[in-house]
Each structure stands twice: as structure tokens, then as C-alpha cells.
Design a protein around this ligand. Sequence first.
Ligand code: FA5
Length: 349
Amino acid sequence: MIEKLEAIGTQALKDIQATSQLDALENVRISVLGKKGALSEVLKGLGSTSAEERPKIGAVANEWKRKIEDALTDRKTQLESSALQARLSSEKIDITLPSRMPHRGSLHVITQTIRRMNQIFSRLGFDVATGPEVETDFFNFEAVNMPKDHPARDMQDTFFISPSVVLRTHTSAVQMRALQTKEWPLRVICPGAVYRSDHDATHSPMFHQVEGLWVDRNVKMSDLKGVLEFIAKELFGSQTKIRLRPSYFPFVEPGAEVDVSCFNCKGKPQSSCRVCKGSGWLEILGAGMVHPRLFELAGKKSDGSYRYDPNEVSGFAFGMGVERIAMLLHEIPDLRKMFEGDSRLLQQF
Ligand code: FA5
């Protein structure tokens, strides 16, 4: 039995040295030391040996077991280290290669559209005026001729902060701030975020408008039309036409909604046009001649005369939805896409 153990042990040490792979080494361990391994098989016959021989055989078996385990551990360390060396040399990193450039951020499509509109208006001599997004009921409603209980308040679903403070529902709220702080002749645009409880493919609870206000002596409806025609051609192309449809806003008289000719079917209505749905026109803004009541609300001078005397000055105002214009310019079908923060969409602009 001792000879058998010697033979198994010697062969096992040879096999261990001969292995070049970790899994082959594990197979050697199982074949010698495993439950059904060669060493265990020999030791199963221990019961049939004499009581004097048994401790000697046991000691020899334990000695071989220890030697084999030590040899397995050493070989495993060697094989692991050469596997690591092989990996390190095969996966060498070429630090001279150019790195992958991270994607650089870009301006949001709404910011780009507002900046483009600001540039066009500045060429007509408009300055930029701003006002707060959290606005008083006075500037948002009362100052634009919508006293409490005026039915037109229902035209805009308002977010109230308190009974007298709202999230502004339109940039027309900046009109009175401009009238109260600036002298005429006045030519301002007011770009900014506005809020309404409204949510579908063409309406968002937060959206942007650009308000325009021009006050001077003898400003007429034809001036409004001329300015809007210029803006539409600059934005959508020189072939663009506009049309004014009578409409109602409490802060203008007369009031109009303004459409541009569809850039897709070029104003030649086809029922198949998916942009204008066959009408040939697309609504982009509301506008009109400033209501005389707003001039009165702009206050008086120390001599009691009006700062903006409705008998001396006239003006026009308009308010356009920036998302609507961005959707038309870039053929974005759903306004909500612009606010989902999906970089795949935003990277396209
Ligand atoms: C107004 O807000 C008026 N203050 C505009 C105005 C100014 C009229 C000066 C006369 C004189 P209206 O509610 O129609 O009007 O909104 C103007 C534009 O904002 C619309 O043509 C549309 O393009 C856009 N708009 C309105 N509601 C939403 C919304 N929920 N989401 C995105 N765009 C909207």
C-alpha cells in the first residue's frame, strides 16, 4: 500500500509540474485528492490492514497529501502569474492613440430660436425687455385690461401661487412693466417662459413666447402687418405670406390671429399636407393695436397729463409662441419632445 501511495504521489507531482492551464491543474487535483481520486481510493483499503501498519500508512498518506497540496498551490500561483503577464502584454494600451471626444453640449433648440428671433427684431430697432416669471395678478391680468371676473381670464388656465400672485400666463405681462418704466417712442420685445395648465402634442404647461410692443405717433395696423411680414419672411423664407384673421384679446383693439403660409405645401393647399392639414396656413401668433386703456394705466406725469396720451400715441403688440415656431422650422411633430431631455433629439440642433 505504501508503494502504491508513493507511486500515486510521485506521478501526481509530475502531472502537476506538466500542467500549463489552470483548469488542467484543477483536474489533476480532483483525480488525486477528490472524493473518488486515486489517493482516496487507496485509503479505502486501510481498514483491511493490520493495526501496526495502519498508522504508518496513514502518516505516509498524510505526508503525500500535504506535498501534493503544496505543489498544487505553488503551480497555481505560477500559472496565475503567467496568465496575468500574458494578458498584460496582449492588452497593451497605446497611449499615443487619440482619445474619443466626449459629446459637447449645445444650445437648446428653444434658446437658439429665441436668439434668432432677437437678432431679427434687433435689426428693426427693438430692444429686449424682461419681467418676472412669478408675476402679480396686476401685471398678468389687470394691467392688460382683464379685471377680476373678466371672462377672458378663462382663456388661459392659470397656475396660482396665491390669490394675487401667478406664474405668468403670457409675456403680455411685460407690456405694462415696459410702459410704466420707459418713454415713447417705444420698441421692445419680451422673450421668456410662460405657464398654463395645458398639456398635449401642441401645448405644454411651460412654454415660451416673444412679445412685441411698438408705440409711437401714428403707428397703424399696416405697420403691424409690415413688421410681421418681415419677421415671417426672415424666419420661414422669402416666399412666405401672412394673413390676419380678426380675433379677440382684451388688451388690443382691433385684434387678430396671424397665420403664415404653409412652408411645406407652399400655400398651395393639398389635403395630403401633413403640416397644415390641407388649409395652406399655420397660426403662429396673436396681435393687434394696443387698447387705449393700457396707455391710461401706464400712469400720469407730474402735471397730470398721461405719460402715454391715447390721443397722441398709438401702438401695436403681438405675442408669438416660440415652440410653435421651432416646431415649424425643424418639423418637430410633438412639442413635448423638446422638454424630455433626450440628447439624441437635442444633438440634432
Ligand atoms: C396670447 O398669449 C396673447 N398674450 C398674445 C397677444 C399678445 C395677443 C399681444 C395680442 C397682443 P395666445 O393664448 O393665443 O395669446 O398665445 C399666443 C401663442 O402662444 C399661440 O399662438 C401659441 O403659438 C402659443 N401657445 C399658447 N398656449 C400654448 C401652450 N400651452 N404650449 C405651447 N404654446 C402655446
